[in-house]
Design a protein around this ligand. Structure first.
Ligand code: ZN
Ligand code: ZN
Length: 144
């Protein structure tokens, strides 16, 4: 019989049966477990629903129930590499006002206008957003 390559461990093997896809029972079980895992992952993702990333406005499926940003890059508030360039110095107060106006926009407007903010202002926007967000959570707790 023709030699086959096991899709799990990559080992070459001679199948004993015509429909044998894996080198042995161990790899067969592993492959079945993986398929189960994929199913579970999809089910968990569906249960969590979707969220809107505060940095880029993208609707994403959070990897954990605590995820706020779509990616590590958005959490760090950094720009994609292509757009990275030194930004001119701006005063903190002027930036703060700009940032507040920016945060007042809807997620899709923020996404469309994200390039109007410098790297520093985007960092500031993240801090303000987080402060506002945490502040709200605290006041809700106090009312309980
Ligand atoms: Zn194998
Ligand atoms: Zn994002």
């Amino acid at each position: 019989m023709k030699r086959m390559k096991c899709p799990v461990c990559g080992k070459k093997f001679e199948p004993h049966r015509a429909r044998q896809a894996y080198c042995g029972p161990y790899c067969k079980k592993l492959a079945a477990n993986r398929r189960q895992n994929e199913k579970h992952k999809a089910a968990r993702a569906a249960a969590r629903g979707t969220r809107t990333c505060p940095t880029c406005g993208k609707v994403f499926t959070p990897k954990s129930s605590l995820a706020v940003y779509c990616s590590r890059r958005c959490r760090n508030g950094s720009r994609p590499k292509v757009q990275r360039e030194p930004s001119p110095p701006t005063s903190e107060d002027a930036s703060l006002e700009k940032v507040r106006a920016y945060l007042a926009l809807s997620a899709s407007e923020r996404y469309a206008r994200r390039d109007e903010l410098s790297y520093k202002e985007r960092r500031l926007a993240m801090r303000v957003w987080e402060k506002d967000h945490l502040g709200r959570c605290v006041s809700v707790n106090l009312q309980l």
